[in-house]
Design a protein around this ligand. Sequence first.
Ligand code: 0RA
Length: 680
Amino acid sequence: MSTEEKDIKAGAEPPVDEQVEKVSGKYDADQITVLKGLEGVRRRPSMYIGGTGSQGLHHLFVEVVDNSIDESLAGYCSEIDVTLHNDNSVTVEDNGRGIPVDINKDTGLPGVTVAMTMLHAGGKFDQGGYKFSGGLHGIGVSAVNALSRWLEVEVARGGKVYIQKFERGEPVTGLEVVGKSKLTGTKVTWLADDEIFGSIEYHHDVIVQRLRDLAYLNPRVKLAFKDENTGEEQVFHYKDGLIAFVQALNKNKDPLHKPIYMSRRREDTEVEIAIQYNNGFQESIFSFANNIHTTEGGTHLSGFKTALTRVINAYARKTGALKDKDPNLSGDDVREGMAAVIAVKVLHPQFESQTKIRLTNADIEGLVNSIVGEGLAEFLEENPQVGKKIVDKALTAWRAREAARKAADAIKRANALENSALPGKLADCTERDPSKCEIYLVEGDSAGGSAKQGRDRRYQAILPLRGKILNVEKARMDKALDNEEIKSLITALGTGISKSVVGDAADADDEEGNGGTSGNGRDSKFDISKLRYDRVIIMTDADVDGDHIRTLLLTFFFRYMTPLIEQGHVYMAQPPLFRIRAGKDATWYCRTEQEREEIIKSLRNKNPTVQRFKGLGEMNPDQLHETTMDPTKRVIAQVTLEDAMEADEIFTVLMGDKVEPRKAFIEAHSVSMEDVDWHA
Ligand code: 0RA
């Protein structure tokens, strides 16, 4: 076949009979017919690799690595090395058995040649191989060959080293013996064809992510990555597999127990699961099917979730944590603070969509549900301490959601009854255009009084929050939602609340099976368009109590009004710590000790007097106005999502029952916050 005929630009795929033709090569093959499917691959690459963009390019890499992974699944390969070369070619080398080199009966060609030139040739040999093989499309390495400007395969097997070279899928040499080796393995190097892909640009992250996933999923294999462009080298090898995976997911969290692990197989389906709860609130589940990251979940994930909800409810009832009259825990409740990885191997996986991958095999849902159900129930029976922790965690989540729902409903009801059921303590502003308004959340009634007098009532509203109440409770968030102060706050802002849930594999299926929305807070909704003030300014004392309240408020905003922070509506006032006076009319306010020292130094002969404000309440209304509330003079700090996330993290420590971590936190924190004098 001439080069011209190979340069396919467009057009329909030739009919099947045309795809069969004689191959006459340099290598004794006159009598051989070979399916010329590779032409079809070049004509319609998208049918085989999903597209000719970046994703398709990376798919070639995935396909080749998956072949080596299959060899390791069969039990013969422990190491896979990937190298990205300067010329944009890629090498994948493994220490498996090596692709067979003996002559294949049907074709009269060496196994390697067949594997590289015939579509779906892999299956012809792999009786001894692994039955769950095949990547997302199962296209085989021949498709990679077809879409490569050149490809070189090297096999070490039976004491010899063989090489064969190809260009755009066509052999340009026979399979040649080039040396000897006691080792075995396969090494494939290819340069993707720029006629197909336009530009050849690999993304480090995509490659590394894939190798890392494969390393977690295949604990026996060590995967190494080398980028010759940057000199970077990384090795991925996780002997603990999925257990290491969930531990990594919980890396910056406080786990509640050792990871739960189970691996079971039934009817040609394998299910492997690791679960570890942490004391946080996010749900983070990664699901895989035949080593493919199913970013959109699917039947395996649904089966898992249904089983989890059912088993934890059954266990909670059996142990008396849930009484007969209590409603079931919802899926959201039992997954709060859960990190989990579920990996299934199924015989004939069906996937939906190229980019957002979802497993669709219908029978897998019930199978996983049943397998996980049994395994998890057994585990809880045998590990009651872990069982109790999980149930307690879910009950806390349930209470929080219940409280959120009640609070939101109460507010909705109040609003419905009386259009402006604003809290009595709120000193509202007169302006009605929210974009011009701001609200100060002020710690304490006395500071609240000063703020009311010191404000510009046209556009500044004041809501005093009694710090003691919030603080003494060492409140959990669900308690805080029950708190009158927080209810006032929600009403004053006007937005309502909703619980934010962050998860990886969001699965839209209703997997609960309990029908109701009871207790999941879904019926309440945060609505930013109802926000009554453009700026929400937290004004607390610069002491430990003030910090508690600020942490609680930020945590509350983070969890129940996330967009308020995301969209930059939340600020922190920066009241001064010192007032310096020299003579009658000369006054300075400063926020740090350093500032104070500098001013005093400059006033050496003027006998300055220094006043330290122990709290906002010590400032008179004029001072408060001038230093902290007057938009032309004040300093306010916009709260970022990171600030709020940090508050959320320390909330548990700060408000929790344990004294030691709280102390440690406050001490550690006092150093980093130079604005605040904690030792006052
Ligand atoms: C077919 C049969 C055998 C191994 C392989 C294919 C094989 C393919 C690839 C692709 C990349 N690395 C690979 N390693 C092995 C087993 C033949 C035997 O029985 O020894």
